[in-house]
Design a protein around this ligand. Structure first.
Ligand SMILES: *[C@@H]1O[C@H](CO)[C@@H](O)[C@H](O)[C@H]1NC(C)=O
Ligand SMILES: *[C@@H]1O[C@H](CO)[C@@H](O)[C@H](O)[C@H]1NC(C)=O
Ligand SMILES: *[C@@H]1O[C@H](CO)[C@@H](O)[C@H](O)[C@H]1NC(C)=O
Ligand SMILES: *[C@@H]1O[C@H](CO)[C@@H](O)[C@H](O)[C@H]1NC(C)=O
Ligand SMILES: *[C@@H]1O[C@H](CO)[C@@H](O)[C@H](O)[C@H]1NC(C)=O
Ligand SMILES: *[C@@H]1O[C@H](CO)[C@@H](O)[C@H](O)[C@H]1NC(C)=O
Length: 377
């Protein structure tokens, strides 16, 4: 495992005021990394950076908390690239480096705790996150206090809880919870009482209760279908599915779950300090290239972080291929972006009036299968 470092150069100058926003997108095939500008007023997407990196693919990308570095998971390596001139309003305490956590999707391999330098670049492996010989970890999530690491074990059909001690950079295994349906990606509610988990094979969003003090998962709270399946899709409010979604009441329901594989779960990003996310988004990929995937949305209770209402499930433009990954905007809770690796495009979506649906507001074709993207402003 090698850590390499590079510099991406300035994606943009300090012109990023008001209604112009930017993101980077990695790809599944090829060595591209795109920098894209989204103009909110004109709903235009345009390339402003076409990077070619010395890598075979940039499977999953993330930014550090201050958006000064892009982290790339690329086959056998984790890499970090500095972003120049990035003026940003979420700039956190830059003096304190933020530890990074990663996991390879490979049977029996440990995950890694990676120390970062003072400017956020990846520096060294500090600890392993160990699993079982039958495990294959697809997603990681941290509690908001960074004391607990949750791992979606897709191959080993379980969710792991590890504690993390920043002072000693040590990781301890606390719990393996067997969950059928291939847990893939997860998100811990910032309030602390719930973990939202994508069950890839079952096409479900599972909600687990979490003990805020011990970090342990203490049971299943609810499960939502991520496919439009008639009346059973919305356990909270049976009628709103039909009022809110594109599917009419005559929809016979989806009995073909095996033709789909669910992908991603993410919170919207609150715009005010101290506020909690208003929405939870999830996406589903279709295994059939000619059939669309889906994006689902739920509203969250601001006090507890529980799902207070099902909002909608609507078809995405394409199947999503291997991605259909969703990235909520960091400038508004009403926008999100979706990368489609089958159709080779990236789209920005906006919630409709009352958040009862969402529609595409901008579309950009790219040349090689986009995997996921990260907003930087
Ligand atoms: C992590 O595990 C690997 C073997 O998989 C081992 O070589 C390495 O020393 C471990 N690193 C730490 C920091 O424990
Ligand atoms: C969880 O699954 C693993 C792997 O299949 C198995 O070894 C273990 O006994 C299971 N644990 C429980 C509590 O069922
Ligand atoms: C789900 O969470 C809510 C809110 O904390 C709680 O009142 C309810 O008892 C939980 N249900 C289950 C089945 O754990
Ligand atoms: C269900 O949702 C509809 C609108 O979407 C609302 O008018 C109705 O009051 C809700 N019912 C319950 C029981 O929450
Ligand atoms: C799954 O079934 C639904 C409802 O019958 C249908 O609309 C959809 O096209 C099917 N999906 C695939 C991938 O065939
Ligand atoms: C970036 O690449 C796309 C094709 O993927 C091309 O259409 C576009 O013109 C390029 N833009 C720049 C700024 O190089």
């Amino acid at each position: 495992m090698i850590l390499t470092r590079g510099f991406l150069g300035a994606l943009f100058s300090s012109s990023a005021l008001g209604q112009v926003h930017h993101f980077y997108s990695g790809v599944f095939t090829g060595s591209s990394l795109y920098g894209v500008e989204f103009n909110e007023a004109s709903s235009q997407l345009s390339f402003i950076y076409n990077g070619t990196l010395d890598i075979s693919s940039s499977k999953w990308i993330a930014t550090d908390k201050s958006n000064r570095n892009i982290y790339i998971a690329n086959d056998n390596t984790y890499e970090s690239y500095g972003i120049g001139n990035n003026v940003n309003y979420i700039v956190a305490s830059n003096a304190e480096p933020f530890t990074v956590f990663g996991a390879p999707y490979s049977t029996g391999c440990p995950g890694q705790v990676i120390k970062v330098g003072s400017s956020g670049t990846l520096e060294s492996l500090a600890a392993n996150i160990t699993y079982s010989s039958d495990s294959g970890i697809h997603g990681l999530a941290l509690s908001s206090d960074n004391r607990f690491i949750y791992s979606g074990d897709d191959m080993g059909s379980s969710i792991w809880t590890h504690s993390y001690d920043e002072e000693t950079t040590s990781v301890s295994k606390l719990q393996r919870l067997n969950v059928t349906g291939n847990p893939r990606h997860l998100a811990v509610s910032p309030q602390g009482s719930f973990i939202y988990v994508i069950l890839e094979q079952n096409n479900q969003l599972a909600v687990f209760n979490r003990d805020k003090t011990t970090g342990l998962i203490s049971g299943r709270n609810k499960t939502f279908s991520l496919l439009p399946s008639g009346k059973t899709t919305n356990p909270l409010n049976q009628t709103s599915l039909f009022e809110c979604s594109l599917f009419s009441i005559s929809n016979p329901g989806y009995s073909n779950s095996s033709l789909y594989w669910s992908d991603e779960v993410m919170f919207s990003v609150p715009q005010e300090k101290g506020k909690y996310p208003k929405y939870l988004f999830a996406t589903v990929r279709s295994r059939t290239s000619t059939d669309p995937g889906f994006v689902a949305a739920y509203s969250l209770d601001s006090t507890t972080g529980t799902i207070s209402d099902f909002l909608f499930i609507v078809p995405t433009t394409g199947s999503g291929g291997a991605s259909n990954s969703i990235t909520p905007a960091i400038f508004s809770e009403e926008f999100f972006a979706i990368a489609d690796a089958q159709g080779n495009f990236i789209e920005v979506w906006k919630l409709g009036e009352g958040a009862t649906t969402a529609t595409v507001v901008a579309h950009l074709d790219v040349s090689d299968s986009p995997a996921n993207l990260v907003w930087v402003d």
